[in-house]
Design a protein around this ligand. Sequence first.
Ligand code: HEM
Length: 846
Amino acid sequence: MAILFCFFLVSLVTLVSSIFFKQIKNTKFNLPPSPPSLPIIGNLHHLTGLPHRCYHKLSIKYGPVILLHLGFVPVVVISSSEAAEAVLKTHDLECCSRPKTVGTGKLSYGFKDISFVPYSEYWREMRKLAVTELFSLKKVQSYSINKVSEKLDAFYQHVIDDHLKPSTLDSSGDIVALMLDMIKKKGHKDDFKLNVDNIKAVLMNIFLAGIDTGAITMIWAMTELVKKPLVMKRAQENIRGVLGLKRDRITEEDLCKFDCLKHIVKETLRLHPPVPFLVPRETISHIKIQGYDIPPKTQIQVNVLHFRGQHFDFLPFGSGRRICPAISMAIATVELGLMNLLYFFDWRLPDGMKVEDIDIEEAGNVTNKTSKFNLPPSPSSLPIIGNLHHLAGLPHRCFHKLSIKYGPLVFLRLGSVPVVVISSSEAAEAVLKTNDLECCSRPKTVGSGKLSYGFKDITFAPYGEYWREVRKLAVIELFSSKKVQSFRYIREEEVDFVVKKVSESALKQSPVDLSKTFFSLTASIICRVALGQNFNESGFVIDQDRIEELVTESAEALGTFTFSDFFPGGLGRFVDWLFQRHKRINKVFKELDAFYQHVIDDHLKPEGRKNQDIVTLILDMIDKQEDSDSFKLKMDNLKAIVMDVFLAGIDTSAVTMIWAMTELIRNPRVMKKAQESIRTTLGLKKERITEEDLGKVEYLNHILKETFRLHPALPFVVPRETMSHIKIQGYDIPPKTQIQLNVWTIGRDPKRWNDPEEFNPERFANSSVDFRGQHFDLLPFGSGRRICPGMPMAIATVELALMNLLYYFDWSMPDGTKGEDIDMEEAGNISIVKKIPLQLVPVQRY
Ligand code: HEM
């Protein structure tokens, strides 16, 4: 649905945009060269990283003057000093307006500032006033910078009100006071009048342009100095030598004494201009740059990052009419800050960190703050939806296709969410073993948040103290081998019940819906283990069919992403609201919650805790909690943990059994060998098969492994999320990236498995490969800190049920069809099940 909606939007505007672009292309002008553009978005798809770096790449390919269409906005990118000179000097007047954007309009009180106001009489007056009254060298030297920055901390209005108090007005001498003074004196032309909004707009300029740019320059200067200890040492010796030792304070008086400091600041600004493509300009009239026509109302972006040398080669503050008016103030601030830091302190890197480890990655937007990642290969992406269009089908199959083309690590953007798909055992080992700690959080989605009572469960809780405590508790109290053993009688009784039901069908020679049978089996076991609710006894609160439906609906709710999952923020919420996406999740949640509440209420009655089920165990823990305990469980935690067991335990084991029986019917040789092995090992005419018999038949164990290899119940494990920056096979994976481990693909890797598509349990006969998380070729239960804690319970159920069904019955396809022709189509989203239910006819052997 998400994809459909996006495509709908795309097609809707394609027509309009194609007409628009056609018109532009058909002009008589000699326009600058352009990279290929797409309908609607024009060249927006070229801006898939930091803009100045994207422009730089384009300039290498298309030259120093390029025409782009960012959406419907024509933009010329200038990337050489000659072209910059033509814009900023020769055509300065024609290029000295500014494009209007919603953001700049809002922040500048409707373009009442200096930076963003279009070229006009108003701007000329404001600028004159600013240059002569606010930012002149004399004025800069008269400001108490601390005083200004202190006041700018508060809201502009508060600052102005403050200045209007008689005591402040006379004494502060800062920018606000100067401007208020101007208003009072009214010494300007009548048609140019200042009011409070103008003061606020100028404050905003200083706030945005002054704080960020100065700080960024100092950050880069110190970064470069730490990277080059010799330069740092020389600068410190120079400053300390000239100022003498034991100075109490360094002031701006001292600034003029140090050429070396000026050179450091210049070199920093050359390599790291804080505003790499200046503040965009807009042409007022038609101009020609290096023979190219630039129409009026075209945005001009001058990319100064890669300029070298002097004058127009070096433009950190811009040039021409709109050159930064506060150069003196900015340089004074940066030099004073650096001089103090270098005089009073020596600097070294934190323990264990080497110069090579310094991260010089850049971040930011208008200004240029910090590093360039070597991200894994990506398929082409579209604006807004990113790579969502690559997910047209079952996700594990789509990702599988991408891995064949792009390799074992693929970087995708699903909407605005970064995702790395892992498709080889080596890369899986790097994630689940080498970087397990860094990768052991979970991404948050709307569905998982709702169904886990706000991430109060084990499966979806993000990594942290809470998850560690609840996982420890669950592993010891709920999933330990002692506890798994204590539920053994439940599994045995429920499997006996299945054998009885199948015998009835065998008697009638009617087919059994094994898909339904396995779901009922696992649902019955989990309901008894977790809730103490036995379907075979009266007084059950919901009927069994509804429970199974609820599990399927929950899996759908968890697996079907909402728009908010891909587009966190307003857009996602709006589209979800439009399509009522949360309705389904809320409905399932409500019903399950009412069910759990009912069960808990039952347990709270006297005699209510006669069974040692999971609800009883957790309620007992809650009773034993002391006031002083730092980690406390409440009812929501209980419900969230029960939800985990319910959702993780029913579906997964059932799906595994369905695929195992499907492969066996498809492969009569394997079925026959399995039955013979079991019957020979256990002896003929055995009354009952119990968990005493588990592990005795090696071939059954190979069948289980082969089923997990070809049909892992969860083809992606459960998604992980990186908590810090990691490197996998030389690629950078940034923090907060979703990791999707495609164990389905890993199980089919032809480098690891001969004839990977063939169901051949014998491949495990002389192999140590196991599914318990130690071999990264076979990972049905995941691995590392987040490995499935329910594995022993699941294996016991699956092995016991299969052993019984293969011992007591022979199996054939209904209507004489052949096993080899069985339909293998998959369905589902989180767990992948056989789409068409598995119907087989049993023949009773014993
Ligand atoms: C064949 C059956 C099952 C399969 C294939 C399976 C698979 C998995 C996988 C792949 C994970 C994620 C591991 C990771 O992130 O590395 C997982 C997590 C989990 N599983 Fe299972 N599972 C099965 C049965 C069960 C059962 C029966 C229960 C409970 C009764 C259970 C409870 C859980 C829980 C609570 C987690 C979350 C662990 C965490 O995030 O710390 N699973 N399971």
